[in-house]
Design a protein around this ligand. Structure first.
Ligand code: CMP
Length: 137
């Protein structure tokens, strides 16, 4: 089942020079393609749209600060079961619980600075791709 997902390499990943490492892991999976990719610094409006479901949570403001603290890399990845697949590569939200071998398990320690975002469902993917790449059909 071919799908599309939105992936963000968060400011910590860019600052630490892990963009190539993380994108390399995505590229090495068979039958997936990168169909959009951009380095960009996010403004408050874009972040408010992206994180609308987290408004009011105690981590919301620090998350907004962190996500606008430097450039991110946004990409759309397309292919066989890519939504589930990128989330498996990423590992769970808390990097200390993430298994070694996953991106968060290998490189992260802090829940907020967990390196990568990946859409969690087809509905989220559609919504998020529209926010970051409105020109993509
Ligand atoms: P992500 O799942 O991509 O989207 C929501 C983000 O909020 C999550 O990654 C973390 O970066 C952050 N986050 C989620 N839960 C917490 C938490 N308990 N404390 C701090 N940050 C969090």
């Amino acid at each position: 089942m071919s799908q599309r997902t939105l992936v963000l390499l968060k400011p910590d990943a860019v600052r630490r020079g892990l963009v190539g490492e993380i994108i390399g892991r995505i590229e090495r999976k068979a039958n997936w393609t990168i169909s959009a990719l951009e380095l960009r610094t996010l403004d408050r409006g874009t972040l408010e749209q992206h994180y609308a479901e987290h408004v009011g949570r105690d981590f919301y403001e620090p998350l907004m600060q962190f996500m606008s603290s430097g450039p991110i890399v946004a990409l759309v990845v397309e292919g066989e079961r890519v939504i589930e697949g990128v989330r498996a590569l990423a590992g769970p939200t808390d990097p200390i619980s993430a298994a070694p071998g996953s991106i968060r398990g290998d490189f992260g320690t802090i829940t907020r600075e967990n390196l990568i975002h990946a859409s969690d469902s087809e509905e989220s993917a559609q919504r998020e791709i529209k926010i970051f790449f409105p020109g993509l059909a």
